[in-house]
Design a protein around this ligand. Structure first.
Ligand code: GDP
Ligand code: MG
Length: 792
């Protein structure tokens, strides 16, 4: 007898056991390739069952069938276009509600269908009772129970598959209610009248048109009569939008959700209950109603104090190393624009970003530890009570927490939220979580303007502000943009376990590499652009002749040396008195040593007293060697010091004038009227503009501006330069931190929002609302601080 061929697609959520079952079925008869045009892996295999030759395809795991990811598109296109004889949806019985959400979407694709209820062992151990009869009835599909990893239920499932393949017509559809069913019917009528067969199920296409599915609209647009249908769908969407006061895709998703929720409650009973384990005992404390949140906040506080105090040491070493490297390269290059570009632009910009790598490594180490021990899942559980109050889902917490690392994975992490409203609200507030790229900004400003004792608290207050704002904004978005219930919390708490060093380091490494890649590409480009903007135009008209002023200072110095030192000693030149010359050199050497040793010390460093006592005693020794000449030598050293100071001052003034007249200065000054109420001058404005591309660029840009402004031989660390700038004070520093926390997410994050929401509208909205909010908050902080007289 000749074998009958059946093509079978295995679909399902990630981790539902698809691959396990696929491997059971096909053994070694597998072939791995790629879906054309995308990087999604395609696994095919064969199996003989009774008189059938089965060709099985393991589809990518997805939570939904929209167009949010290539996996989703691949999965639905395969089912729609390749028309497999049977679709087997593999569900994780222990997470049934979430899995059913995908199931109903697969059912809407109208292929013969088998529902494979996998992981029933896990569900049973949790005390869940699933009545598959009810599922089978309500969805009108066969249901097969399976325990994939033990190979149980495979035969029965294949039996159902063969039966399903023989029953041609199968009808299931959710009743979306009159207001939506009517437009669906109108579109169904129009789509049926099209001359060209689009292969897709008609009702499904109608639904997708109402859901604004770009992929399907594109396909219909291209057939004769298509554009008219699309135009009609648009007006139907607009009417629905008015009726429900929200995007129709939201309404439809919510109704689909309600259907799934009802079905779940009918088919499943029993509360999860199992023996008390050590994990449960730990959970009694960590997820305790009263203690949970304080413990969580305590954990976060420890993490950030750790990052800041421990991270400071390697950060200092790296900064020193970059300084030395920059000086070496500077010596090797001839004077000119190229040297300025490399030393000021590239080393100044990218260097200051790289020196923050240790802080970021420690932060990621801490986050990896929290994730790998299983605490992160508890944090989400504990936070669910709060999250729910603001209209977010407990699961929103994990993407938001990822936001402390970087907004891009945070936004991508919202994929675990199946409900599109929950997802969109989470995406919109996630940039308010202070990402690691902002840490360098806080770090520099705190080092420059706040005492070590309060540094941890200042930093903590900024992170806390971000969380509070995210909660407030989520509440606002919920009540203004999308109304509706949140899905109940379903999430497993994995047992606690000791993390392996390897996995913690892999996590930490992957994230740090991402950070460095950003530093190497976007930030390099922006540093070069900023260098250009701050150095050109180069033909600056100075308000005074700095060269002449410097010469003038020299002349005055020589005159005073003549009248106050040479004449009383009866010499024409200090070189005539060897003892004098010697003593002067020794004094200058002692002073030089002192300056070098104290350069990087804070004003209140205890080292300072020690070093200055040493200087005193060194000078005393010199005085004892040459008692009669010491007075004159010391006076010479004083005059010399004054001269150096005067020249430094002129250099700085000149540099400031130069940058003030540069392109960057022009833009920054243009914005001054808007930013002045926040206490920001043009230099800060320039840095903030550059920060749109990536937040860490703010530091690089300030570095460039301040080292260009400081034409002297030594480039002071940025924090010293900022502390020395009279335009800055602790209040402005704090206001700037608040502004940087809140204003527009970086380009990469905005681009991710566009990709994930499939709309520029939301991407631009995210950027605009955060920037406006930042201005308002900074205004309140700065004006409030001025009013109360704090930090000025
Ligand atoms: P996929 O992401 O859907 O391909 O899921 P996998 O096949 O990779 O399975 C995820 C994990 O679940 C693996 O560790 C499997 O061993 C395990 N697994 C699969 N089926 C069952 C089951 O029925 N019961 C239990 N307890 N574990 C299962
Ligand atoms: Mg798999």
């Amino acid at each position: 007898m000749e074998a009958k061929k059946l093509r079978i697609a295995l679909a399902g959520n990630p981790n539902s056991g698809k691959t396990t079952i696929f491997n059971n079925l096909t053994g070694s008869r597998q072939h791995v390739g790629n879906y054309s045009g995308v990087t999604v892996e395609k696994k095919e295999g064969t199996r003989r069952f009774k008189e059938y030759d089965l060709l099985l395809v393991d589809l990518p795991g997805t939570y939904s069938l929209t167009t949010y990811s290539p996996e989703e598109v691949v999965a639905r296109d395969f089912i729609v276009q390749e028309k497999p004889d049977v679709v087997v949806d593999i569900l994780d019985a222990a997470n049934l509600e979430r899995n059913l959400y995908l199931a109903v979407q697969l059912l809407e694709l109208e292929r013969p269908f088998v529902l494979a209820l996998n992981m029933v062992d896990v569900a049973e151990s949790q005390g869940l009772m699933i009545q598959d009869k009810i599922l089978a009835e309500k969805l009108s599909v066969p249901v097969a129970r399976m325990i994939g990893n033990r190979g149980e239920g495979t035969e029965r499932m294949l039996e159902s598959v063969v039966q399903a393949a023989q029953q041609s017509a199968r009808s299931f559809s959710i009743d979306y209610g009159k207001t939506i069913e009517e437009p669906i019917q109108e579109l169904v009528n129009q789509l049926s009248a099209l001359s060209q067969d689009l292969k897709y199920p008609i009702r499904w296409m109608a639904l997708k048109l109402l859901e604004n599915d770009q992929d399907i609209m594109g396909r219909i647009q291209n057939v004769a009569g298509g554009p008219a249908i699309i135009a009609h769908a648009k007006t139907l969407r607009e009417t629905l939008q008015k009726d429900f006061d929200e995007d129709p895709e939201m309404t439809i998703a919510t109704l689909r959700y309600q259907f799934v929720g009802d079905l779940y409650r009918q088919a499943v009973s029993g509360r999860p209950e199992h023996a008390v384990t050590l994990s449960d005992k730990i959970d009694k404390v960590l997820t305790n109603r009263v203690l949970g949140i304080p413990i969580f906040l305590g954990m976060m506080w420890i993490v950030f104090t750790l990052v800041f105090t421990v991270g400071k040491y390697p950060q200092d070493w790296l900064a020193q190393g970059i300084k030395v490297g920059s000086a070496l390269v500077g010596q090797a290059l001839p004077e000119g624009d190229l040297k300025s570009l490399i030393v000021d632009g590239i080393f100044g910009g990218v260097g200051s970003v790289i020196s923050f790598l240790p802080l970021i490594l420690i932060l990621f180490l801490a986050i990896s530890l929290l994730e790998d021990t299983g605490y992160m899942a508890r944090a989400a559980f504990v936070m669910d009570r709060i999250m729910r109050k603001v209209g977010l889902h407990g699961k929103s917490f994990i993407p938001l927490l990822l936001g402390f690392g970087c907004g891009v994975p945070a936004i991508m992490g919202t994929r675990t939220l199946e409900n599109p409203r929950d997802r969109l609200v989470t995406i919109l507030v996630s940039p308010l979580m202070s990402c690691s790229a902002r840490l360098p900004i806080y770090s520099v400003l705190i080092a420059a303007f706040f005492h070590d004792d309060v540094a941890g608290n200042v930093l903590f207050s900024i992170y806390l502000l971000g969380i509070v704002l995210a909660i407030l904004m989520a509440r606002i978005f919920r009540s203004v943009l999308f109304k509706g219930v949140t899905e109940p919390f379903i999430m497993e708490l994995p047992p606690y376990h000791l993390p392996t060093i390897k996995s913690v380091f892999i996590h930490m490494w992957e994230r740090s590499v991402l950070y460095l890649k950003k530093a190497g590409t976007i930030i390099l480009a922006v540093s070069i652009i900023m260098w250009f903007l701050t150095n050109f135009p180069s033909n600056v008209e100075y308000s005074k002749d700095y060269e002449a002023a410097a010469e003038q200072a020299e002349v005055q110095f020589t005159q005073r040396v003549n009248t106050e030192i040479n004449e009383p000693l009866n010499i024409a030149n200090i070189d005539e008195n060897n003892a004098l010359k010697d003593t002067i050199d020794k004094i200058l050497a002692v002073q030089e040593d002192f300056k070098k040793a104290t350069e990087d010390l804070d004003d209140d460093d205890s080292q300072l007293a020690v070093l200055s006592a040493k200087q005193e005693s060194d000078l005393k020794t010199i005085e004892e060697e040459q008692p009669e000449i010491f007075e004159s030598a010391n006076h010479y050293a004083e005059l010399k010091g004054d001269l150096e100071d005067a020249k430094d001052e002129l250099d700085k003034e000149k540099g400031a004038e130069k940058i003030g007249q540069s392109y960057a200065g022009t833009i920054g000054k243009f914005l001054e009227p808007v930013m002045a109420p926040l206490g920001f001058d043009w230099k800060i404005n320039i840095a903030l503009i550059a920060g749109f591309s990536a937040k860490e660029v703010v530091v690089g840009t300030l570095g460039t501006i301040y080292s260009v402004g400081d034409v002297g031989e030594k480039t002071l660390p940025l924090q010293t330069a900022l502390a020395a700038d009279p335009a800055f004070n602790p209040l402005i520093a704090y206001t700037l931190m608040v502004f940087c926390l809140v204003y527009s997410p970086c380009l990469a994050a905005v681009a991710t929002i566009k990709r994930e929401t499939n709309s520029w509208k939301w991407a631009i909205f995210a950027s605009a609302y955060t920037t406006s909010l930042a201005w308002v908050l900074a205004f309140i902080v700065y004006q409030g601080g001025l009013f109360l007289g704090i930090g000025i």
